[in-house]
Ligand binder design. Sequence first.
Ligand code: APR
Ligand code: PHB
Length: 389
Amino acid sequence: MLTQVAIIGAGPAGLMLGRLLDIAGIDNIILERQTKAYVLNRIRAGILEQTTVDLLRRAKAAHRLDKQGIVHNAVNLAYSHQCHSIELPELTGGKSVIAYGQTEVTQDLCDVRERDGGTTIYEAKDVSLHNFDSEKPYLEYKKNGVGHKVKCELIVGCDGYHGVSRASIPPEAISIYEKAYPFGWLGLLSETPPVSDEVVYVNHERGFALCSMRSRTRSRYYIQCALNDRVERWSDDAFWDEFRRRLPADLAQSLKTGPSLEKSIAPLRSFVAEPLRFGRLLLAGDAAHIVPPTGAKGLNLAASDIHYLSNAMLSYFKDGDDSALDEYSRLALARVWKSERFAWWMTNLTHRFDGDPFEQRMKEAELTYLSTSQTGRKMLAENYVGLPL
Ligand code: APR
Ligand code: PHB
């Protein structure tokens, strides 16, 4: 097989890139290790920055999002049993965020790709990368036990944190920056009306809690849990009891509970790999960086990578501008580090984990400052809606 761009991974990053390349008339193939059903059933975060919405519109994949996305004009911080609302448009010159699940984003991108005849090879096993330090890179993979080869001009690794792309780069060529947090998030999805109209981040003595939603009838909630906790230990009732205890009284009273549709535990990690270009191989999305979910930056960062990368690829294929690919690495990483800072800061501010009373007083003082100072509120709002591209 011969193509201009071989993309590894059919998550949101790979699908967004494939779509923008298709629209620009640049031939591409996506290789995905899992089945389509598996990819489309993963539950992940669900808050989109305006820049992500704009990119999905550019990709002509925002039809359903424009109808079903729920605009959030505020984000809430709860501490000392009180909820404080931070109004987004007032503090950011009119910006807000949109609640729309990553699962839906992936479905929409997958649908338009299929409709327009894009090639995605699911269950592509043992993908391996070759010669990306030369002019003639290629990939090999197996499908139903049969070996295949894809020759291309560029390879893009959109295969997430555990993918093969980053692992194929010689260790001396790549720098890794990493932080693991000593707790996880237990998440529950339920067909119940959301307890709050917007997201609420709760700093509570029993640990962090988060209220979010997928629609007006579907809620997504999380509680901080131990890193070695197991989801089987948590009945639905145990989750609801613990979650309710961490909410401010008015929210606890109005909380509607119901059977879980999904329940899972995820660890929290900050991670950045630099640079994002290695000859004819480029990395994007979770393959290159991970943020802890506090602040919902993961999908939005994958989208901003693809914004820069698709522009760079257009310059490369249309004007033969090779330096545009180096620029991709520089521009995308500049934004990545700012979002890394925000997610790390929001995580430290809202979670309890070191048991140090002084640290907790510092967090409370900062939360008070943030909710009462216009400058503090503005800093949080500016980052939450997403920094400019
Ligand atoms: N070969 C082929 N495909 C692979 C391989 C491999 N060796 N390894 C991983 N993949 C696939 C995975 O099955 C997955 O479908 O790559 C895809 C990567 O998708 P995501 O993990 O969703 O990563 P990305 O597209 O960068 O999206 C980033 O998704 O993970 C969340 O929090 C993250 O919101 C962020 C967003
Ligand atoms: C979610 O809706 O799943 C969500 C919202 C906000 C976050 C993380 C996750 O910070």
